[in-house]
Design a binder for this molecule. Structure first.
Ligand code: MEZ
Length: 609
């Protein structure tokens, strides 16, 4: 009997080893190249990787996680389904892990792949800490956090793809612009594949805080806010120091209401317009109650993408845009996490891969004085799209035009939305003195902070401002807010002179009452400061947005170095240059995402017919 069970164990072990080690033909488009020998699995256990732990400590075999073969697709769908089968979904796991008030299973990223953090055959890491600094978040089987590199297309000049597939439209990047482009192309009848190099979708759009600029919308009308596209266009030009390409800025403004209607039709409701920096009218639209826009918007877009059954591939990095000998784009080369290099032939390619704020080498190359600054961006914002586009013959413009946002929470990458100022906060320095018109443009607000002896400052607000903007609750949740029952108590909490802070608040309240800011000429002063408690958030400027990028025309066609459109290549969003000139207005990025995403998707689909 003992011998029989020994034999059974050996047979099972042999089956398991074969299952893990055999390179499978796979199904669908991915042959799958992941293979681990028994010895490697034992090493993974020794090195503390999750896969080895599951196998040796928990008795879980490869088949249970990999769904019957060693084949793993790049998006790791089957593996993630297996995680959820055993451990439950996000909501279930959130309940088990709410030991701290910051719960990564209940985050603005939504239901992302478990394997974004819990990695089986390499060290795990807390993905949130790419942007946050949550020292208290621990994860088992952890190692260093992942390092994301930028792409070098010329390295792939002679690369041989493992296999080739075909589609109508390839979209590079699954942030807001990419998802909008893909949805529009799909609705126009095209077969679409979205490629995303990161393990999660959402891109920078997911982190976007304040809102979307749009002029003369149904939501403004319902609140009797007067506005018009021409004023939005003029504000955009002025804010960008008149360096925008006028027809692109004009398109942004004149199509903004149609973009808002597109969102409304798709049940994404941004019905809360407020003031944004550099805007003449309240056109900075947030969701209900002033909730954070990015998480809400991307959740809606992800839902639509899933409903349409669009093929979204994460962990899939485009390493080269392919062209024929006339310079016409014919497709892309992809490096899949598991499938290796493969080729997609496509009639149209849309670049929607974002900017380069998270590529400090590139930022410093164009703006040496930004060395060492934090960024509000997700770690994948490396400027791959510009590198890929230039390699395919496109023209990059305005690369030195890089925006720093004045209010990044000090010591972190967390953006404190400018809507906090729009809803009533003021900015003081470490002497407790106001230093700017808080509603000025970002370049000027950042310069005012950087000119201080200590180059950080404090947003000062009260319970009234808090009540007007739901997302402020999030800053409390992240432990970013100091508080006091009086100005003096608050001054003590942030170590600024109490008399000065009290005088500053009283003086500002006098300006609000008189309707005139005698110190800085601030126009929009919604209310006095003094209801309920007093709050302060320490902030400093950080790299936020890259205005430069690939040149496009109003049809979202990418322009080549010869001044002509690169055939079959489209782009939208932060990967492009020319819409915002030297300085983008807050709220114009989401507007650009929807408007240019739709144009790129529509024209890419038409071109593929
Ligand atoms: O458009 C932005 O970058 C934006 C609105 C940021 C913010 O302050 O909320």
């Amino acid at each position: 009997m003992k011998k029989l069970s020994m034999l059974l164990v050996l047979v099972l072990a042999a089956i398991l080893a074969v299952a893990c080690a055999t390179k499978q033909a796979g199904t669908g488009n991915f042959p799958g190249t992941t293979e681990f020998t028994e010895k490697q699995m034992a090493d993974h256990e020794k090195m503390g990787y999750l896969g080895g732990y599951h196998m040796t400590e928990q008795g879980v075999d490869c088949i249970s996680c990999h769904g019957g073969t060693a084949y793993v697709d790049d998006s790791e769908k089957a593996v993630n389904e297996a995680c959820v089968d055993c451990h439950g979904g996000y909501a279930d796991v959130a309940k088990l892990t709410n030991a701290t008030d910051i719960n990564p299973h209940d985050s603005h990223l939504g239901d992302v792949n478990c394997t974004s953090c819990h990695v089986a055959h390499a060290p795990s890491f807390v993905y949130c800490n790419n942007c946050h600094t949550f020292d208290e978040l621990q994860i088992s089987h952890a190692g260093q956090k992942a390092v994301y590199s930028s792409v070098n297309p010329s390295k792939y000049n002679n690369a041989k793809p493992n296999f080739v597939i075909q589609t109508d439209v390839v979209v590079i990047g699954a942030g807001g612009t990419g998802m909008v482009a893909a949805l529009t192309a799909k609705d126009a009848g095209a077969k679409v594949i979205i490629l995303e190099k990161m393990p999660i979708t959402g891109g920078n759009t997911q982190l976007s805080a304040g809102g979307m600029n749009a002029a003369w919308t149904r939501y403004q009308k319902s609140k009797n806010i007067k506005d018009d596209p021409e004023t939005m266009y003029l504000d955009t030009m002025k804010g960008g120091q008149n360096k925008s390409i006028p027809e692109l800025a004009r398109k942004l403004a004149y199509e903004s209401d149609a973009s808002m209607e597109w969102l409304t039709k798709n049940k994404i409701i941004l019905n809360n317009p407020g003031m944004g920096g550099g805007a003449t009218n309240a056109r900075f639209h947030a969701p209900e109650g002033g909730a954070v826009v990015g998480a809400y918007l991307t959740a809606g877009l992800k839902r639509l993408v899933a409903q349409r059954g669009i093929d979204v591939r994460v962990n899939s990095k485009v390493v080269k845009i392919l062209t024929d000998n006339t310079g016409t784009v014919t497709g892309v080369l992809v490096e899949g996490k598991h499938s290796g290099i493969y080729q997609i032939n496509a009639s149209s390619v849309v670049l929607a891969s974002g900017g380069f704020s998270a590529n400090s080498d590139l930022v410093v190359k164009y703006q040496p004085s930004y060395k060492g600054m934090s960024t509000s961006n997700q770690p994948g914002a490396k400027g791959d799209g510009v590198a890929l586009g230039e390699d395919a013959g496109a023209q990059a413009i305005d690369m030195e035009m890089i925006q720093i946002h004045p209010t990044i929470a000090a010591g972190s990458g967390i953006l404190i939305t400018e809507a906090v100022r729009g809803r009533g906060a003021i900015v003081v320095n470490h002497d407790g003195v106001r230093i700017m018109d808080e509603m000025t443009t970002r370049d000027k607000a950042s310069a005012a902070i950087l000119a201080q002896k200590i180059p950080t400052a404090f947003l000062i607000l009260d319970d009234d401002t808090r009540a007007r903007l739901k997302q402020i609750d999030g800053y409390f949740h992240l432990h970013l807010v100091h508080q006091g029952n009086t100005p003096e108590e608050l001054a003590k909490a942030i170590n600024v002179p109490a008399d000065e802070l009290k005088n500053t608040i009283e003086r500002y309240n006098g300006f609000v009452k008189a309707g005139e800011d005698k110190d800085f000429g601030r126009k929009s002063m919604p209310q006095q400061i003094g209801k309920g408690k007093y709050y302060a958030i320490e902030i400093n400027p950080g790299v936020h947005y890259t205005m430069g990028g690939l040149k496009i025309n109003t049809d979202a066609q990418v322009i080549g170095t010869n001044g002509q459109p690169v055939k079959n290549l489209y782009a939208g969003g932060e990967v492009t240059g020319g819409v915002h000139g030297a300085n983008r207005l807050g709220g114009n990025s989401i507007s650009e995402t929807i408007t240019f995403g739709r144009t790129a998707g529509m024209n890419a689909a038409k071109n593929s017919r």
